[in-house]
Design a protein. Sequence first.
Length: 337
Amino acid sequence: MLKTPAIALRGRVLLLAAAAVLLVWLGDQLLGIPVAPQPTAKVAGFAGFAESTLYTLQAMILGFADPFMQLAGGEHVVANLIRCAIRLAVWGILGGAIVRIAALALTRNESPDIESSVRFAWRLRSGFLGGPLLLIAGLVVISLPLMVVRLAMEISWLSAAVAVVWPIVIVVAVIASLYAIAAAIGWPLIWAAAATDGSDAFDAVSRMFAYIYQKPLRLMGYVALVALMAVGCAGGASALATIATIACEIAAGTPDNEWSQQTIAGWNSLALTLVGVYLTAFGWTSSTGIYLLRRQDVDGVHTDEVFIDPNEYDGGIPRLRQGPTGVPEFDEQSDAA
C-alpha cells in the first residue's frame, strides 16, 4: 500500500489522469454545467491550510460522483445521464489503464507504457465498462420495489395495503441499503478486478461484494490507512504547489499590466489543479493496492499474482542453440513460430 503514492507520481499515470480529468471537464462545459468553485479557507495559518486540503479531497470525490447524486435526486435527468455516461466511458478506459499500470507495478515491478495500458483496458472493456454498468443496473432493479411503494403511499386505499406488508418493505430496504453501501465503498474494486485478474463484468462485481463484506475489519483498516495517506499526499502536494507559485512570484515580481497578472494567475491556478490530478491518480492506484490485499485476505491469492494478457507481449519464445561450451543458450536473432 505504501508504494501507491510513488506509482501515482509516475509521468504516464499523471498524463492519463490529467487527460481523463480534462475530458470530463470538457463534457461538463459542453453541457453548460459550470464546475463548482472550490471553497476557500475561512481561517488563516495551518488550520486554513488543512481546511483547504480537505476541500481539495472533497472536490475530487464529488467531481466523479456529482452527476450520479444529482441523477438519483431527479435533477437535470438528461444532462446528468450524459455526464454519467461520459464519466463511465472516460474512466472506464483511462482509469482502467491507470489501474493496469498500478497492478503490474505492484505485482511484477513492471511499468507498461500508455499505449499498451490503454489497449489492455479496451480489450477488457467488458470488465472496465460493463462492470460499473452492471453495478448501476443492479442498484436500479433493487430499488424498483421501493419506488413502487412510494407511489402506492400516495394513494389512500393502496397505502393501507402497504402498511399491512410493511415488514416486507423493511426487508427490501435493508437489502437495498446493503447493496448501496457496498457500491459506494467498493466500486473502484471493479476496475482493480478487471486489471488484476482479467475479470468480466459479473466476476468483477461479485468479487467487489465478497471483498467488501468478508473480513470487514481489515477492510476498514485499509480504508483508514488510505484516507490518512490521501490527506498526507494532498497536504504535501498542495504545499509544494503553493511554495512553487510563491517562489515564482517573488522571483519575477508583480507585472504592471492587468493582462499579465491574469495570465500568471491562470498558470498558478493550473499548478494547483495538478494537485487534484495527482490525488485522482493516487485514488486509482491505492484502490489497486486494497484489491490485492483483500484478494489475499478472502481468497488466499498471493499479492504478486496478476493476469497476463498474451496480446500485451509481442514476438515468440526465442529458440535454443548450442553454445561454444556445449551449454544451450538463447538464439536472440530468431523467434519461435
